[in-house]
Design a binder for this molecule. Structure first.
Ligand code: GRF
Length: 218
Protein backbone atom coordinates (compact mmCIF):
# COMPACT_ATOMS: atom_id res chain seq x y z
CA UNK A 1 0.00 0.00 0.00
CA UNK A 2 1.60 3.34 -0.98
CA UNK A 3 0.27 6.60 0.39
CA UNK A 4 0.39 9.82 -1.64
CA UNK A 5 3.31 11.04 0.49
CA UNK A 6 5.51 8.00 -0.14
CA UNK A 7 7.76 8.30 -3.24
CA UNK A 8 6.62 5.97 -6.04
CA UNK A 9 9.36 3.51 -7.05
CA UNK A 10 10.96 4.56 -10.35
CA UNK A 11 11.32 1.55 -12.71
CA UNK A 12 14.76 1.14 -14.28
CA UNK A 13 15.09 2.83 -17.70
CA UNK A 14 15.23 -0.37 -19.70
CA UNK A 15 12.14 -1.71 -17.96
CA UNK A 16 10.24 1.41 -18.93
CA UNK A 17 11.60 1.46 -22.46
CA UNK A 18 10.99 -2.28 -22.96
CA UNK A 19 7.30 -1.42 -22.78
CA UNK A 20 7.70 0.30 -26.18
CA UNK A 21 5.42 -1.82 -28.35
CA UNK A 22 6.19 -2.38 -32.02
CA UNK A 23 3.88 -3.70 -34.73
CA UNK A 24 5.69 -4.58 -37.96
CA UNK A 25 3.95 -4.53 -41.35
CA UNK A 26 5.35 -6.98 -43.89
CA UNK A 27 4.73 -8.24 -47.44
CA UNK A 28 7.59 -10.57 -48.25
CA UNK A 29 10.83 -12.20 -47.10
CA UNK A 30 10.96 -10.37 -43.77
CA UNK A 31 14.72 -9.79 -43.57
CA UNK A 32 14.09 -6.45 -41.86
CA UNK A 33 11.60 -8.12 -39.48
CA UNK A 34 14.18 -10.79 -38.70
CA UNK A 35 16.66 -8.11 -37.69
CA UNK A 36 14.09 -6.48 -35.39
CA UNK A 37 13.15 -9.83 -33.86
CA UNK A 38 16.82 -10.49 -33.19
CA UNK A 39 17.32 -7.08 -31.59
CA UNK A 40 14.21 -7.22 -29.41
CA UNK A 41 15.50 -10.28 -27.54
CA UNK A 42 17.82 -7.93 -25.63
CA UNK A 43 15.84 -6.07 -22.92
CA UNK A 44 18.29 -3.17 -23.27
CA UNK A 45 17.04 -2.63 -26.82
CA UNK A 46 13.98 -1.03 -25.27
CA UNK A 47 11.29 -2.24 -27.65
CA UNK A 48 9.59 -5.47 -28.51
CA UNK A 49 7.67 -6.69 -31.53
CA UNK A 50 4.17 -7.45 -30.20
CA UNK A 51 2.49 -8.14 -33.54
CA UNK A 52 3.21 -8.70 -37.25
CA UNK A 53 0.58 -7.80 -39.85
CA UNK A 54 0.81 -8.69 -43.54
CA UNK A 55 -1.22 -7.75 -46.61
CA UNK A 56 -0.83 -11.27 -47.96
CA UNK A 57 -0.78 -14.86 -46.58
CA UNK A 58 1.90 -17.48 -47.00
CA UNK A 59 4.98 -15.25 -46.89
CA UNK A 60 8.26 -16.00 -45.15
CA UNK A 61 7.90 -12.99 -42.85
CA UNK A 62 4.83 -14.56 -41.23
CA UNK A 63 6.75 -17.79 -40.61
CA UNK A 64 9.55 -15.77 -38.97
CA UNK A 65 7.03 -14.12 -36.65
CA UNK A 66 5.42 -17.42 -35.70
CA UNK A 67 8.82 -19.02 -35.03
CA UNK A 68 9.56 -16.09 -32.71
CA UNK A 69 6.23 -16.54 -30.92
CA UNK A 70 4.86 -13.21 -32.17
CA UNK A 71 1.14 -13.03 -33.03
CA UNK A 72 0.30 -12.38 -36.68
CA UNK A 73 -2.62 -11.13 -38.74
CA UNK A 74 -3.28 -11.03 -42.48
CA UNK A 75 -5.37 -8.25 -44.06
CA UNK A 76 -5.53 -8.95 -47.80
CA UNK A 77 -6.85 -6.29 -50.17
CA UNK A 78 -8.72 -8.91 -52.20
CA UNK A 79 -10.91 -9.68 -49.17
CA UNK A 80 -12.38 -6.16 -49.17
CA UNK A 81 -14.71 -4.28 -51.54
CA UNK A 82 -12.32 -1.36 -51.90
CA UNK A 83 -9.07 0.10 -50.66
CA UNK A 84 -10.73 2.31 -48.02
CA UNK A 85 -12.37 -0.75 -46.43
CA UNK A 86 -9.03 -2.57 -46.52
CA UNK A 87 -7.33 0.42 -44.87
CA UNK A 88 -9.92 0.48 -42.09
CA UNK A 89 -9.46 -3.26 -41.52
CA UNK A 90 -5.68 -2.88 -41.48
CA UNK A 91 -6.05 -0.09 -38.92
CA UNK A 92 -8.19 -2.28 -36.71
CA UNK A 93 -5.86 -5.27 -37.03
CA UNK A 94 -2.85 -3.17 -36.04
CA UNK A 95 -4.83 -1.46 -33.26
CA UNK A 96 -5.48 -4.83 -31.61
CA UNK A 97 -1.79 -4.86 -30.59
CA UNK A 98 -1.82 -1.31 -29.15
CA UNK A 99 1.48 -0.28 -30.76
CA UNK A 100 3.57 2.69 -29.70
CA UNK A 101 5.31 2.59 -33.09
CA UNK A 102 4.40 0.87 -36.35
CA UNK A 103 7.28 -0.22 -38.60
CA UNK A 104 6.71 -0.82 -42.32
CA UNK A 105 9.44 -3.37 -43.15
CA UNK A 106 9.18 -4.54 -46.72
CA UNK A 107 5.48 -3.62 -46.70
CA UNK A 108 4.35 -3.06 -50.26
CA UNK A 109 1.06 -1.19 -49.79
CA UNK A 110 0.32 2.48 -49.15
CA UNK A 111 -1.60 3.08 -45.93
CA UNK A 112 -4.61 5.37 -46.13
CA UNK A 113 -6.48 8.06 -44.22
CA UNK A 114 -7.95 5.76 -41.54
CA UNK A 115 -4.53 4.30 -40.76
CA UNK A 116 -2.76 7.65 -40.70
CA UNK A 117 -5.55 9.13 -38.60
CA UNK A 118 -4.75 6.61 -35.90
CA UNK A 119 -1.02 5.89 -36.36
CA UNK A 120 0.24 8.91 -38.28
CA UNK A 121 3.40 10.45 -36.81
CA UNK A 122 4.39 7.13 -35.23
CA UNK A 123 4.66 4.95 -38.31
CA UNK A 124 8.08 4.61 -39.94
CA UNK A 125 9.13 3.00 -43.22
CA UNK A 126 12.39 1.78 -44.64
CA UNK A 127 13.11 2.34 -48.33
CA UNK A 128 16.08 0.98 -50.34
CA UNK A 129 17.08 4.29 -51.96
CA UNK A 130 18.26 7.76 -50.92
CA UNK A 131 14.93 9.62 -50.83
CA UNK A 132 13.60 11.82 -52.26
CA UNK A 133 15.24 10.06 -55.19
CA UNK A 134 13.62 6.90 -56.49
CA UNK A 135 10.48 6.52 -54.34
CA UNK A 136 8.00 3.73 -54.94
CA UNK A 137 8.05 0.00 -55.40
CA UNK A 138 11.17 -0.17 -57.62
CA UNK A 139 13.67 2.15 -55.95
CA UNK A 140 16.68 -0.09 -56.52
CA UNK A 141 15.81 -0.78 -60.16
CA UNK A 142 15.15 2.92 -60.86
CA UNK A 143 18.43 4.04 -59.27
CA UNK A 144 20.39 1.48 -61.28
CA UNK A 145 18.62 2.45 -64.51
CA UNK A 146 19.39 6.12 -63.86
CA UNK A 147 23.09 5.32 -63.57
CA UNK A 148 23.70 6.69 -60.06
CA UNK A 149 27.12 5.97 -58.51
CA UNK A 150 25.78 6.09 -54.95
CA UNK A 151 22.48 4.80 -53.66
CA UNK A 152 21.52 3.67 -50.16
CA UNK A 153 18.56 3.43 -47.82
CA UNK A 154 16.26 5.78 -45.97
CA UNK A 155 14.13 5.48 -42.84
CA UNK A 156 11.24 7.95 -42.96
CA UNK A 157 8.10 8.92 -41.11
CA UNK A 158 5.14 7.67 -43.16
CA UNK A 159 2.79 10.35 -44.45
CA UNK A 160 0.07 10.36 -47.12
CA UNK A 161 2.61 10.52 -49.95
CA UNK A 162 4.65 7.81 -51.64
CA UNK A 163 7.87 7.52 -49.61
CA UNK A 164 7.60 11.31 -49.16
CA UNK A 165 7.56 11.71 -45.37
CA UNK A 166 10.18 13.41 -43.17
CA UNK A 167 13.54 11.63 -43.28
CA UNK A 168 14.79 10.21 -39.98
CA UNK A 169 18.02 8.57 -41.13
CA UNK A 170 19.87 7.64 -44.31
CA UNK A 171 23.01 5.77 -45.26
CA UNK A 172 24.81 5.65 -48.59
CA UNK A 173 25.78 2.49 -50.46
CA UNK A 174 28.13 2.64 -53.47
CA UNK A 175 26.90 1.25 -56.79
CA UNK A 176 29.30 -1.04 -58.66
CA UNK A 177 29.55 -0.90 -62.45
CA UNK A 178 28.54 -4.55 -62.71
CA UNK A 179 25.69 -4.36 -60.19
CA UNK A 180 22.37 -5.93 -61.01
CA UNK A 181 19.15 -5.03 -59.21
CA UNK A 182 19.62 -8.13 -57.07
CA UNK A 183 23.27 -7.55 -56.12
CA UNK A 184 22.72 -3.88 -55.35
CA UNK A 185 19.56 -4.58 -53.35
CA UNK A 186 21.28 -7.26 -51.29
CA UNK A 187 24.12 -4.88 -50.48
CA UNK A 188 21.63 -2.17 -49.56
CA UNK A 189 19.64 -4.57 -47.38
CA UNK A 190 22.69 -5.29 -45.23
CA UNK A 191 22.94 -1.57 -44.40
CA UNK A 192 19.16 -1.13 -44.25
CA UNK A 193 18.63 -3.78 -41.58
CA UNK A 194 21.26 -2.23 -39.33
CA UNK A 195 19.93 1.30 -39.86
CA UNK A 196 16.32 0.30 -39.19
CA UNK A 197 17.17 -1.57 -35.99
CA UNK A 198 19.22 1.39 -34.77
CA UNK A 199 16.54 3.98 -35.57
CA UNK A 200 13.67 1.96 -34.07
CA UNK A 201 15.68 1.31 -30.90
CA UNK A 202 16.49 5.00 -30.52
CA UNK A 203 12.84 5.93 -31.02
CA UNK A 204 11.91 3.45 -28.29
CA UNK A 205 14.56 4.65 -25.84
CA UNK A 206 14.73 8.36 -26.59
CA UNK A 207 11.74 9.31 -28.72
CA UNK A 208 11.27 10.99 -32.09
CA UNK A 209 10.51 14.67 -32.67
CA UNK A 210 8.88 15.60 -35.97
CA UNK A 211 8.64 19.29 -36.85
CA UNK A 212 7.37 19.80 -40.38
CA UNK A 213 9.89 18.19 -42.69
CA UNK A 214 12.45 17.71 -39.95
CA UNK A 215 12.51 14.49 -37.93
CA UNK A 216 15.03 14.22 -35.08
CA UNK A 217 15.76 11.27 -32.88
CA UNK A 218 15.75 12.01 -29.14
C1 GRF B 1 13.56 -4.08 -48.39
O1 GRF B 1 14.69 -3.52 -49.04
C2 GRF B 1 12.52 -3.01 -48.19
O2 GRF B 1 13.04 -1.72 -47.99
C3 GRF B 1 11.78 -3.06 -49.47
O3 GRF B 1 11.61 -4.45 -49.70
C4 GRF B 1 12.85 -5.10 -49.30
C5 GRF B 1 12.51 -6.44 -48.71
O4 GRF B 1 12.28 -6.31 -47.36
N1 GRF B 1 10.49 -2.40 -49.41
P1 GRF B 1 12.12 -7.61 -46.39
O5 GRF B 1 13.22 -8.59 -46.73
O6 GRF B 1 10.76 -8.20 -46.69
O7 GRF B 1 12.25 -7.05 -45.02
Amino acid sequence: MTSSTQPRPVPPAHAVAASHRLVVLVSGAGSNLAALLDAHRDPAYGARVVGVVSDRPGIAALDLARQAGVPTAVVALRDFPDRAAWDRALTEAVGVFSPDTVVCAGFMKLVGAAFLGRFGGRTVNTHPALLPSFPGAHGVRDALAYGVKVSGCSVIVVDDGVDAGPIIAQEAVPVADDDTEETLHERIKVVERRLLVDVVGRIARHGLDVDGRHARLG
